[in-house]
Design a protein around this ligand. Structure first.
Ligand SMILES: [Zn+2]
Length: 300
């Protein structure tokens, strides 16, 4: 079974939710024939770095048009192969396991070959910060003077660990965690596509618990749908993610305002007895108080 997040990963620039600046810059570069040959995609896990790299690869190699296009058709054999991870011209490597000098040597030997069917050969290196220094050194010359058909996309969750000489030779994009409303939009897309019955309030709770990771949010939704026969309500979400429901947070907040220490302690004891994770309670309470502050000072 394909994981849902894979099934619903964006397939074109239009599908990408959030990351507007990155999409705009890449599209412009393609339109103006100014695509760079080394990119560094940095950002938290699950924010769509690899998906964006694949979309870029499609844009360069789509055979539905004469040349590179900011709107790859998603249907030609090149686009389909890239989406399925079977394209011979788009190579995805995981630097966590293929990080050594031998792997890089292999890249160096292979990159001089022309693309098999597309216009560009695209190497996507995940977790690039895990490459060894020797591996980077072997890559540097290639990044500096790449053959014309070659493009590197280095993806990393840890930008500061990428050595400065590499960073200075790549165009860097920093991927932001999606906003809550954007995650809810994405989750709604998945829920509707899979016939999962749910309300936005439940999706919002899932989104909040995923802390900005589309992948985590979708896998939570997937898990809940399986456990509830496709009908996911807020209560089910709260149970699974161990989050504290809004009413409890409001009640606790009131007790703090009233300086009702005894009441608060008793209530916390009750929550603990119900199996509530107290670390989670602290986190949710802080989040709740932050929202109250925002409402108080911003007026909405
Ligand atoms: Zn295509």
């Amino acid at each position: 079974m394909t994981a849902l997040y894979r099934k619903y990963r964006p397939q074109s620039f239009d599908d990408v939710v959030g990351q507007e600046a990155i999409v705009r810059t890449l599209r412009n570069a393609i339109e103006q024939d100014a695509v760079r040959q080394a990119y560094l995609f940095a950002g938290p896990r699950g924010t769509g770095k690899t998906s964006m790299a694949r979309i870029l690869a499609k844009a360069l190699n789509c055979v539905g048009t004469e040349g590179p296009t900011p709107r790859p058709d998603k249907t030609c054999h090149a686009c389909v192969a890239i989406a399925n991870g079977t394209s011979l011209d788009v190579v995805e490597m995981d630097a966590a396991s293929q990080r050594g000098i031998d792997d890089i040597r292999e890249i160096r030997e292979r990159v001089v070959l022309q693309p098999v069917e597309g216009r560009s050969k695209v190497y996507i290196l995940d977790e690039a910060h895990q490459l060894t220094d020797a591996a980077w050194n072997a890559l540097l010359k290639l990044i500096e003077e790449p053959p014309p058909h070659l493009l590197f996309v280095f993806c990393t969750t840890d930008l500061v660990k990428v050595i400065p000489t590499v960073r200075s030779r790549c165009q860097t994009f920093v991927f932001q965690r999606p906003r809550l409303s954007e995650l809810v939009t994405l989750l709604r897309r998945v829920a509707d596509g899979e016939g999962i019955e749910t309300q936005d309030s439940a999706l919002s709770l899932i989104a909040r618990s995923a802390r900005g990771s589309f992948r985590d949010a979708v896998s939570t939704l997937d898990q809940l749908a399986a456990a509830t026969n496709g009908s996911v309500d807020a209560q089910a979400v709260l149970q699974l993610v161990g989050a504290v429901d809004e009413d409890s947070l409001l009640r606790l907040g009131d007790m703090v305002v009233d300086r009702d220490t005894a009441g608060a302690l008793v209530f916390i004891e009750e929550l603990a007895e119900q199996g509530q994770d107290l670390g989670r309670l602290v986190f949710d309470l802080l989040d709740h108080l932050r929202h109250l502050l925002l409402v108080q000072h911003m007026g909405h």
